[in-house]
Design a binder for this molecule. Sequence first.
Ligand code: ADP
Ligand code: TRP
Length: 355
Amino acid sequence: MTEPKKEIILSGIRATGNLHIGNYFGALRKFVAVQNDYDCNFFIADLHALTTNPDPEQLHANVKSVLAEYLAAGLDPEKSTIYVQSDVPETTEMYLLLNMHVGIGELMRTVSFKDKARKALGLSPENDEEDIEKQVCGSDTGRRVNAGLLTYPTLMAADILIHKATKVPVGKDQLQHLELTRRFARRFNSFYNVDLFPEPYDFDFGGAPIKVPGLDGSGKMGKSEGNCIYLVDDPKVLRKKVMRAVTDEGPQTPDSQMSEPIANLFTLLELTSTPDVVEHFRKAYADCSIRYGDLKKQLAEDILAVTTPIRERVNDILADDGYLAKVLAAGAERARERAAATLSEMRHVMGIRKF
Ligand code: ADP
Ligand code: TRP
């Protein structure tokens, strides 16, 4: 009897630097957990990293470090297809084809585009879509926002649809991009009256995708926020970062509501500590006996328990160029096989010459 086909999982992380615990809890931990049960494909998004024009040497180094960190965290090339985005050029052709059915307006309304455009233009969060549009269309300021940034969601849709993936493990900030991918897939299918692309959904083993907060009081942990705890931070550095976390003056009355910085500390504690430890500090907060210093010490040790085994493996992996090259060559070959098949169907549907 032949086994039923496994559902296809696809996800990637941009090659923009070392991975932090937001990447780990939002994405990488899930990649590792699903390897046995699904048809898994994980890539390093070097083309998406190009949207912010990195230094070429830095991009080379970042692709290698993300790969080493994937492997150190437990991704197994025997179980998962692991590849670099630019090694599968079928994706970029599909990106071009998909763009023929994507509206400039819907891309300009994407939250991630507005955030990045604001940054590139030196605008503040108060500046609305109209301000951004005016500057983007301006002859002086316009060129600061490149077209790759605008079409970022199309490339992400191509990454997913080229595998016909249905499950995409990502953090909360990527949900809008997934929504767009579903819209593009539906639009393509209905325009050509085909059933080529399935609609992909986020995947978090039944839970909702999370946002790992930073320790600077508000917002998410992210490379561009400069508030990251990296998987490869050495214990001294990591403890220092946690001990410096923003707090408040402490609860003044029993059962009072937590301020955002304290709620963020508890979010991290819930991700890394055992339920009894979390319960202990919750009770201490509720009866006003909590000492934030104790909570931070505990949190730092519990984060280290997660990151230490990864950090300890990374250097050996980084030193083995031969092994890394082999993993990527095998991954690219496997990924391209399916990518070529999907692209060929797409070209046929669109009427691109075949003879
Ligand atoms: P960054 O936001 O640091 O630049 P990426 O955009 O490359 O990182 O994110 C790669 C993956 O990690 C995505 O699935 C994203 O949702 C997830 N991720 C990044 N930061 C966080 C966070 N703070 N909380 C949860 N998931 C996150
Ligand atoms: N946009 C994602 C991020 O910034 C990275 C990414 C690119 C991705 N292509 C993807 C994630 C396809 C999931 C599926 O984190």
